[in-house]
Design a protein around this ligand. Structure first.
Ligand code: NAP
Length: 272
């Protein structure tokens, strides 16, 4: 199975599907999920300091014996660590837990007002050190992104945001594409709230796939990275089994009509 990749502004490639680890705090459950994800073909893993499982991910990856260069690993700097003296030591701690010399992508988790500019300068230092092969942001709206050009030396390589068929954010995607920023979609399954939607069910039936598979495949055909999480082996396998079909123009048109700006996670829109 060949997993499509997108090119980051560093020249490196990011697999278009990634295995998320949010809310995966039980050690055994987390390690089993990572093992099943590797067996199913995932090579891209998305964790964060606040998820509390960098160590479990590191242990499970080490145990698997999959060579480091085959993996794409992201972690994120938590809000409390976005302060002057804390950011770099907290990142060193993340590397230690992950048992790695570098991460492929390091993100600022949230656009914390009055911290994000100073934090980005520290991120640039980490990038120069080579310990993060790429740096990016998360939960940045257009406003937050548009503040950056001219202020900094490094343009974010990625912006990880909530995105799904019901939250398509076309202006944000257009801006990111025009500026070489890869968009990563989190919570693409919208907590299962639209699994009974008739349009999604019709498209799923047409392709002989499940509704979650259509929701994930939409991310791929929309040109963004899909991040998805599960602790169930069968769902993990199902979630990566989306590369033997493609949504056509008619499907994409129908899915476009499902966009209602519907969000289930924290909303960064009004963060000054
Ligand atoms: N940057 C941020 O602020 C931020 C915020 C949220 C998420 N994220 C990242 O994005 C990743 C994905 O987001 P998410 O965790 O919300 O993911 P998601 O994949 O949209 O949803 C995960 C939920 O859907 C269930 N599920 C997964 N596959 C399924 C399937 N095939 N059929 C039915 N149910 C299924 C899972 O349950 P089971 O586990 O019980 O199977 C879990 O409850 C996160 O893990 C994290 O890495 C980042």
């Amino acid at each position: 199975m060949k997993i499509p990749e997108l090119k980051l502004n560093t020249g490196a490639k990011i697999p278009q599907i990634g295995f998320g680890l949010w809310q995966n705090t039980d050690e055994q459950e987390c390690k089993s999920a990572v093992k099943w994800a590797l067996e199913a073909g995932f090579r891209h893993f998305d964790t964060a300091q606040i998820y509390g499982n960098e160590q479990f991910l590191g242990d499970a990856l080490k145990e698997s014996g999959v060579p480091r260069e085959e993996l794409f690993i992201t972690t994120k700097i938590w809000n409390d660590n976005m302060i002057g003296t804390r950011l770099i030591p907290s990142f060193e701690e993340s590397l230690k837990k992950l048992q790695m010399d570098y991460v492929d992508l390091l993100l600022l988790h949230f656009p914390v007002t009055e911290r994000r500019d100073g934090a980005w300068r520290k991120m640039e230092q980490i990038y120069s050190s080579g310990k993060a092969k790429a740096i990016g942001v998360s939960n940045y709206t257009l406003k937050h992104l548009k503040e950056m050009p001219g202020q900094f030396n490094v343009t974010p390589a990625a912006n990880q945001v909530e995105m799904s068929v019901v939250l398509q954010q076309p202006e944000l995607v257009e801006y990111c594409k025009a500026n070489g920023i890869v968009v990563e979609a989190y919570t693409p399954l919208v907590e299962g709230q639209f699994f009974d939607d008739p349009i999604l069910k019709e498209i799923a039936q047409k392709h002989g796939k499940s509704v979650p598979q259509i929701m994930l495949r939409w991310c791929i055909d929309y040109g963004v990275v899909a991040l998805t999480k599960s602790t169930h082996k069968d769902r993990i396998q199902q979630n990566i089994d989306i590369f033997d079909f493609k949504l056509d123009e008619e499907d994409m048109k129908k899915l476009k009509a499902l966009d209602k700006g519907y969000r289930v996670n924290w909303n960064p829109t009004n963060v000054p």
